[in-house]
Design a protein around this ligand. Sequence first.
Ligand SMILES: Nc1ncnc2c1ncn2[C@@H]1O[C@H](COP(=O)(O)OP(=O)(O)OP(=O)(O)O)[C@@H](O)[C@H]1O
Ligand SMILES: [Mg+2]
Length: 244
Amino acid sequence: MIKVRNLVVYYGKFKALSGINLDVKKGGIIALIGPSGCGKTTLLYVLGGIVAKYEGEVLIDGAPVDPKKQRIGLVLQDYGLLPWKRVWENALLGLKVKKKVIGKEDKEYAEYVLARVGLSDFLKRYPGELSGGQRQRVAIARAFIMKPDILLMDEPFSALDAITREEMQDLFIDVWKGSSVSTVFVTHSTEEAMFVGEKIAVMTGPPGRIVEIVDNPFFSRREIEDSDLYFSMKLKLKELIKGM
Ligand SMILES: Nc1ncnc2c1ncn2[C@@H]1O[C@H](COP(=O)(O)OP(=O)(O)OP(=O)(O)O)[C@@H](O)[C@H]1O
Ligand SMILES: [Mg+2]
């Protein structure tokens, strides 16, 4: 469970976030959408304990955010893989930071996740020997393998071409559904938000604030993309973002 109350963040004198309130239920997923510079990454960094100077309340499963105590999965746009380590080692990296001994069960779960994302045949490759989509799959697998308390995704698919991006969204939601991890998924794209978010939070700024949180009936559904309702919701989101 993620709970944010009256969150305010300054970078020096610059006010980046202004009174953010947000709830993600245990095992829920919320898409966070808004224009460039509105403070999406800043909000994720607070949730991830990377930005530790803030006013307000940020709770993960009832306790103040603390990356030393909680496991936080973070997937960024640029994958964050270590080029000198193979896929298998990269995938276990998040877990190794948190755990000294990697047990049989951990390894089995890692194998399972890597298989789910289609990487079983690539475990011995180096990141430099993979496509962009494959690298991003390693990053996603790594985040799930560490069994995080919360999962933070910062525009993870924006560097991929449209077809690979849809594949990755499908794959991500597929693995996510088996994980029951509370997730915040940042995106620029209304289509992506409508696929990956049970709810969609629309953000404006700077200073960043959330203008609306909408329930999304189209979560993880592709087949209805040409319906009138889908289009009217997409339009509403686009207008909310544009009007800010
Ligand atoms: N370390 C920093 N020091 C000063 N200002 C910063 C710092 N990091 C971000 N900012 C500013 O804070 C605001 C929010 O930045 P942030 O990266 O959170 O936006 P964003 O919504 O993630 O944008 P994008 O969609 O382009 O990734 C921006 O105006 C940015 O210039
Ligand atoms: Mg950002």
